[in-house]
Design a protein around this ligand. Structure first.
Ligand code: T6T
Length: 327
């Protein structure tokens, strides 16, 4: 399957817009409302996560420009057992299109298939499924490339090599699995580095902190930690600080919420791989509308990322920081 690429960028700023959790743009009519605008439901991977809030901002802005109505909802945790009922309720309300970030490649298969079977145009944003064939389009970051870039940042900070650890979220999430794969593949290509493997923090920063503290007790010579998402990065930073190892361990986190950026500014985290969530959301709306209009859609769209460091966070990296609200 071929990915089309939009704006791959290292060191370049991404365009972002803004966010909230369960809200709707002003009614513009919809397939079901009898007007000429479409109704679009956006289901986040988890509510309150600045990555998905920023995506919501992109979705809302693009929908408003197209005269479509959007409702946004997300489960309280990144958990398929909590996301499934949200999808089931949305299917019952029969929007024209569903933009969704599935929380598990397997567990969300049947609920999302049910949406497609009900005639709703499905666009997968951020994460995907084992079998995404029901979707009119899939839009995601270059997650493997982002994992490779994270290793490159650790490599540059520690040219002498050493032990590295990945703190991820949960196995079965397409994005974080791909990031870990990209990172681990790059480590395997450099014999000066030794991988200590991937540990899963279950989207809980406190668990990520525990993992890192324990890992540093066992292997005090760890030189680098790759935290594969926002919550893993938050907890990894805490764990390294608690172990008093801030000066020795390079932390590279995926995502760039305000707390991660503060940790970058404070020298606790050395680099952040910022995605382009607003672009993913806007592209998702465009693909949904193309499908509803009977126009051609892109099977896969790959968006870029920006590596943020202390050097570029106040210049070309500034626009890549995620939003905590669309206001
Ligand atoms: O990293 C993002 C997203 O891309 C991933 O699929 C799940 O975690 C985040 O939402 C950040 O918390």
């Amino acid at each position: 399957m071929k990915w089309s690429k939009t704006a791959f960028s290292i060191g370049a700023a991404a365009t972002l817009v803004l966010a909230g959790c369960s809200s709707a743009t002003p009614p513009a009519g919809g397939g079901d409302s009898g007007d000429d605008g479409y109704t679009i439901a956006f289901i986040q991977g988890v509510a309150g996560d600045e990555f998905y809030i920023s995506m919501q901002c992109g979705v809302e802005e693009a929908a408003e420009a197209a005269g479509a109505t959007v409702t946004t909802q997300g489960p309280a945790e990144f958990d398929p057992t909590l996301q499934k009922p949200v999808v089931d309720a949305i299917v019952g309300s029969k929007p024209d299109a569903l933009l969704i970030a599935p929380t598990d490649v397997a567990a969300m298969q049947a609920p999302i298939q049910a949406a497609a079977d009900a005639g709703i145009k499905v666009v997968l944003v951020d994460t995907t499924l084992d079998d995404p064939s029901m979707a009119v389009s899939q839009i995601a970051s270059d997650n493997v490339g982002g994992g490779e870039a994270a290793f490159q940042a650790i490599q540059e900070a520690h040219p002498e090599g050493g032990k590295v650890l990945v703190v991820s979220n949960e196995p079965g999430i397409s994005t974080t699995d791909a990031r870990a794969e990209g990172f681990e593949g790059a480590v395997a290509d450099d014999s000066k580095f030794e991988s200590l493997g991937v540990q899963y923090s279950h989207n809980d920063p406190a668990e990520a902190a525990r993992i890192v503290t324990a890992a540093l007790q066992k292997d005090p010579d760890i030189v680098g930690i790759f935290a594969a998402n926002l919550f893993a990065a938050e907890g990894s930073a805490t764990g390294v600080q608690q172990a008093g190892k801030t000066d020795d361990v390079t932390i590279v986190g995926f995502d760039a919420g305000p707390a991660q950026v503060e940790a970058l500014r404070n020298g606790i985290v050395q680099a952040l791989v910022a995605q382009q969530p607003a672009t993913i959301g806007a592209d998702g709306v465009a693909q949904a509308i193309a499908a509803l209009d009977g126009d051609a859609t892109e099977e896969k769209i790959q968006t870029g990322f920006t590596v943020l460091t202390a050097e570029n966070i106040d210049s070309e990296g500034a626009d890549a920081v995620y939003r905590s609200s669309c206001d």
